[in-house]
Every structure is written in structure tokens, then in C-alpha cells.
Design a protein around this ligand. Structure first.
Ligand SMILES: [Zn+2]
Length: 496
């Protein structure tokens, strides 16, 4: 085992964890694995699994760094979701060569699949790719080729030695070895070529079938014995195709032709994409971009604290989350109750800024008033929330702030006003809790149970006494839950 080969990070998004997608046919699975993280040749592998089982197609782009038509096309499939079948996508097999815009760094990576013992990063990557190839049912290696392939010699730029505008195989057929299964590579390639050519307007740019006859003694492409497709053909015994768009074409044309080719192979392998893909992952804020007194905006991470002076003006410019759309912020106790994005708000007391994706709370940043003058440089000295298991309640009784401990009693008088400003917890983002005053409905149009921020005026008939102890309208409680489980209670005793 090569010591450099390791799986650093695996993120799996499974539909069904969030909202109500369980039971829907559109549910798909996806994983993203990073090999050699932090190294120049970092390798990203995306696996997409359809709801209905089926064949697995491997798409590799960028094995040679100066062929963007291939790796830019592969990129789009990394974000696919599937109804049926599976994809493994390696958009940039040779990232070190891509950042240099060169075919190779130490060696041609596509000539290292046969008995090559020269130890370098290319070898480590090829080791990973070999495994992926043998895991798959079909393999596409996306390239750009010089000139245009033609089975007859027409010109220097258009002849049997050229690669551009062709689908390459190593042979006409693939014999899996058990006599029962012979795969017609020529037929597969020609079916796809027909689909591609329907979309190409200029006949001179039509795709052609290009059989390298790699293992034949008289092959003019013997170097291909060391290629990835030949490894797929010879060792893994799967159909493998080199897709070559002509280098001389405009980039967008090259990318489109690769996309036609990939879609064509997906179609004949009965791999069906979701259109559009549905991915209801749990919303998570990463950071907010905030300015203080019109400073250059800076980044404050989830659960971090921002220090300001009393009277400073803050403005949230943007929220960065695992979604791009549907994002808003609520500066608690200030501005509008639902959306304070881009508003300039004067801070006179410590507060919290809550990020939401649509109606779903997805992260907080704390704003703390500091004693003494905080200079501009200190704003960005944000601190992490202090870890603490202790849950506390931040209440306002008749406009006066009160911090009270969990599972205690708070005495108020009939006629007092009460606002549950927030819960305080150093460990868990306050937006994750639901704080529910039993017997009070904060928002009747959306009864999520969440009652923070609402004015509870006991002089008015806003409490439902059937929720009080012995239904006497005297002893109520606030229930705090986290992921549906009780984590706290605060007892509110109303005295007449
Ligand atoms: Zn190439």
C-alpha cells in the first residue's frame, strides 16, 4: 500500500435526513472523497448513486492538464443526481498538470497503467484510478486530441494518426472471458457517435469511430498499451472509451461535445439523471459577512462572537451556507422580525444574529457590547463561544432584562409583560432549540412552537389556562427541546 494513499474526508448526503423526502422516488445518494488532501495533486472523487440500482459509469477528466474540454465537462456531472444507475466522477485526475496548463508534470499520467514502477505523485493517483476503473461497468476517459481523425489520409491535419473528433476503443469487441459475454465496443461507440453527430452542424467536425487495435502487432498506437482505457479493457474487462474533441475547436464546443458523448453513454447504459436533481440537505450556515460602522466587511464564523461598542452600526452583507438561495438573517430584537439582511442597525445591547434558509434556522453569530472603546481592529478579534452545558434563559419582564437558570421558577405578576429573548448555551447554537411557552401561541400562522421574541402580555387574554397546572391559569412552563428531546424547562408562576 502506498503510504500517500488515504481517504481523508467522506461527506455523505442522504436524502431522508432533512424535511420530508423519505418515500419520494427522487431520493438519491452522493459522496465526495478527497485523496491527498492539501497536496498539490489533491484528487476529488464523486460517487452518485441512483434511487434505482443500475450500471456504474466512470468519468475521468483532466488526466492530461492541457485538455480543458474534458475536465470542464466532467465537472458538471460531479453535481448530478440520478434516478437510476450510478456515476463515479473524477473531474480532475491530474490537478498538478491542470494548474500548469501542461500535458504532464513528471510523466504522462495516461502512460502509467502498465508495469510502471517510477514512484511519483502520478503513480499514487493512478493507483486510485485503477481501483475505480475495476469498480465500474463502463469507463470514459475525456480528452482533447490534435487534428481530426479520419480513417483515410486526407491531409496533415486529418488522417488515421490524428485523434480529434473521435471515440477511441482498444478493439472492436471485449470478450469478458467466459464466452457468454462479448461486448460489442464498436456498436456502443457508433450508437453514441450517431447521437453526437445529430447535434453537430458542421459535417467536417463529425465524430468518427477510431479503433486503435492496441494489442495487435501492427497497431500504430502501441503506446496505448500503457493507457487507462487499455487497463480497463485488459485487466478490469469493462468497456472503455477515449472521447477526443479536437483541440482546435472553441472551448464551449469541446465541452458540449463531451457532454453529448457522456449523455449518449448514460443513455445506452440506462443511467437516468434526475432533471432537476433534488437535494434537500440540512441547511448549515458557514459564516456571515458583516461590517461595523461601514468598515470593510469581514467574515464571522458560526457561533463566533463579534465585539462592538454601544451605538455602533452593524450591517450583514451576506450569509454563506450550503445553499445559495433562500438565505436571510434576523438580528434578534432589532430591525424587522423576519429579514434584516443589508439593513444598517444600531446596536445598543448584546444580541444574536440568526441565519435562516427559508424558514429553517441554520446558524448564529453573537454580537457583544464591550466595556470601554473597541477599536476597528478589535472587531475582527472574534472569539469562539465558551463551551458550557448550562442552559440559561434570557427574559425581559416589563422591559427589564433577566437571566435565569434552567429548571427554576420565575415569579411574575398578573399584568406583567414577558418576552423570551433567547436561550443561552455556549455549546449549542441557540437557533437549534425550540423554545415553547406552553399555552401561548406566538405565531398562529406558523405554529412551530417557537415563542422567542414575542410579547406575552398577561394583562390580555393571551394564555390558554388549560395548559397551566390544574388548569388554574397560574403555573405555566416553557419547554425547550433540541432535536425533539427535552433539554430544559422554566416555570412561570403568575401571581395576582
Ligand atoms: Zn489526452
Amino acid at each position: 500500500m502506498n503510504k500517500g494513499v488515504f481517504i481523508k474526508r467522506i461527506a455523505v448526503v442522504v436524502c431522508g435526513l432533512f424535511l420530508v423526502c423519505a418515500g419520494q422516488l427522487s431520493a438519491g445518494q452522493k459522496s465526495h472523497t478527497v485523496f491527498f488532501e492539501g497536496e498539490e495533486n489533491e484528487l476529488h472523487v464523486y460517487r452518485i448513486k441512483g434511487t434505482i440500482p443500475g450500471k456504474t459509469l466512470l468519468i475521468i477528466g483532466g488526466i492530461q492538464g492541457d485538455e480543458p474540454g474534458g475536465f470542464l465537462a466532467a465537472d458538471f456531472y460531479a453535481d448530478f443526481l440520478l434516478e437510476k444507475g450510478n456515476l463515479i466522477v473524477v473531474p480532475r485526475a491530474n490537478f498538478s498538470s491542470i494548474v500548469r496548463n501542461e500535458r504532464q508534470v513528471n510523466q504522462d499520467m495516461n502512460r502509467k497503467f502498465l508495469d510502471d514502477n517510477i514512484s511519483n505523485y502520478e503513480m499514487k493517483v493512478v493507483k486510485v484510478l485503477k481501483k475505480l476503473i475495476c469498480e465500474s461497468d463502463c469507463f470514459l476517459n475525456l480528452h482533447e486530441g490534435s487534428g481530426i481523425y479520419s480513417d483515410k489520409w486526407i491531409s496533415q491535419e486529418r488522417n488515421p494518426k490524428r485523434f480529434g473528433q473521435s471515440i477511441i476503443t482498444d478493439d472492436l469487441i471485449l470478450d469478458k472471458g467466459d464466452l457468454t459475454q462479448v461486448i460489442d465496443l464498436e456498436k456502443m461507440a457508433k450508437q453514441v457517435i450517431q447521437k453526437i453527430n445529430k447535434r453537430i452542424l458542421d459535417k467536417d467536425n463529425y465524430f468518427h469511430f477510431n479503433n486503435h487495435r492496441t494489442s495487435s502487432p501492427d497497431s500504430i498506437h502501441k503506446e496505448q498499451l500503457k493507457s487507462a482505457t487499455y487497463y480497463a479493457y485488459q485487466v478490469c474487462k469493462i468497456p472503455a472509451f477515449g472521447i477526443e474533441s479536437a483541440k482546435s475547436l472553441p472551448l464551449e464546443k469541446k465541452v458540449r461535445q463531451h457532454i453529448y458523448a457522456i449523455n449518449g453513454f448514460m443513455e445506452i447504459l440506462d443511467i437516468i439523471p434526475q432533471t432537476p436533481g433534488i437535494n434537500l440537505k440540512k441547511p448549515e450556515m458557514e459564516y456571515m459577512i458583516i461590517s461595523v460602522n461601514d468598515s470593510i466587511p469581514f467574515v464571522i464564523g458560526k457561533m463566533q462572537h463579534l465585539n462592538v461598542n454601544k451605538g455602533d452600526v452593524i450591517q450583514v452583507h451576506d450569509v454563506v451556507a450550503n445553499y445559495e438561495r433562500g438565505l436571510s438573517v434576523d438580528v434578534i430584537g432589532l430591525g424587522n422580525q423576519f429579514n434584516d439582511m443589508k439593513k444598517r442597525l444600531v446596536i445598543n445591547k448584546s444580541t444574536r444574529i440568526e441565519a435562516k434558509k427559508d424558514f429553517y434556522k441554520c446558524g448564529s453569530v453573537f454580537v457583544d457590547i464591550k466595556e470601554g472603546q473597541v477599536g476597528v481592529a478589535s472587531y475582527i478579534k472574534v472569539k469562539e463561544a465558551v463551551a458550557s452545558n448550562v442552559l440559561q434563559y434570557k427574559l425581559k419582564v416589563n422591559g427589564k432584562l433577566k437571566i435565569v437558570a434552567n429548571y427554576t421558577h420565575v415569579q411574575i405578576n398578573q399584568g406583567d409583560t414577558l418576552i423570551i429573548e433567547d436561550v443561552l448555551s455556549g455549546k449549542t447554537d441557540p437557533s437549534k432549540f425550540i423554545v415553547n411557552f406552553k399555552g401561548f401561541v406566538g405565531n398562529s400562522s406558523n405554529n412551530s412552537g417557537e415563542d422567542r421574541g414575542y410579547l406575552i402580555d398577561t394583562s390580555k387574554d393571551v394564555l390558554m389556562s388549560r395548559y397551566s397546572m390544574k388548569k388554574k391559569g397560574r403555573h405555566y412552563y416553557i419547554l425547550t427541546t433540541l432535536n425533539g428531546k427535552e433539554v430544559g424547562k422554566l416555570f412561570i408562576d403568575i401571581q395576582s
